[in-house]
Design a protein around this ligand. Structure first.
Ligand SMILES: CC(C)(COP(=O)(O)OP(=O)(O)OC[C@H]1O[C@@H](n2cnc3c(N)ncnc32)[C@H](O)[C@@H]1OP(=O)(O)O)[C@@H](O)C(=O)NCCC(=O)NCCS
Length: 199
């Protein structure tokens, strides 16, 4: 598995694998209803969202999205975001996989990759994840990696309705690590980009 920051050249591939939606049923799993609608609407949502993360990147508030590839083919996206990371060392994650790539362990592997890399290379201390009630796959990924429940909030989901949103938290020291080593390229440049190293 390889994660690399989403490039514009990835957008068409991501639009193809998200076409038709990425949810097994109508149950809401996202805040924004980006995965419904026509092929064009989903493609536009992906592109606009990815552009927005670049346009709005600031050291004190950022989102970095990674294209997840298996043997070169795009299978989904793993996002990481933070506010005041230099001081809080705290990040949130969000992700999706193409429907036909779900349930194969990739969701666990990509989240594990991100929490391990951010701990070992970017000094993260805590990780946050949220899932709407009923999203058992997301809940299980968090549980398997060592997250603990951190409260429940009522939040408006992609269907415009209020749903219980479960918050999970993971201390870097509690990560359930996998057997395979994770390699990170370009960490020095990213550390400067995130404001961790000033020189
Ligand atoms: C959430 C998501 C990223 C998880 O990735 P995944 O590759 O499907 O999950 P994994 O194969 O790594 O499985 C993780 C665990 O969830 C369980 N699981 C997977 N799908 C499940 C389902 N529909 N119902 C119950 N459990 C499920 C697996 O059995 C596994 O647990 P186990 O090892 O104890 O058996 C993926 O399912 C997805 O993209 N879903 C739609 C979008 C979404 O919900 N994004 C997250 C928003 S918070």
């Amino acid at each position: 598995m390889e994660l690399s920051p989403v490039r514009e050249s990835d957008y068409p591939e991501l639009a193809v694998i998200a076409n038709g939606g990425v949810r097994r049923d109508d149950r809401p799993v996202f805040l924004i209803n980006w995965d419904s609608g026509s092929r064009e609407e989903i493609a536009r949502s992906i592109a606009q969202y990815q552009w927005s993360t670049r346009a709005n990147f600031r050291v004190d508030e950022w989102t970095v999205e990674f294209t997840v590839r298996i043997d070169g083919r795009a299978v989904g996206v793993q996002g990481v975001s933070s506010k005041d990371f230099v001081r809080t060392r705290s990040v949130s994650t969000g992700s999706w996989l193409a429907l036909h790539e779900q349930g194969k362990g990739y969701g666990t592997q990509m989240r594990r990759t991100i929490v391990t890399a951010f701990t070992d290379h970017f000094d993260a201390a805590a990780f946050h994840s949220e899932y709407f009630e009923g999203n058992d796959a997301s809940r299980r990924v968090s549980e398997k990696l060592g997250y603990s429940p951190n409260g429940v909030k009522t939040t408006i989901a992609q269907d415009g309705l209020a749903h219980p949103e479960h918050h999970m938290i993971l201390a870097a020291s509690d990560i359930v690590r996998g057997p395979d080593p994770i390699q990170v390229a370009g960490a020095e440049v990213v550390r400067r980009f995130l404001g961790l190293d000033t020189v």
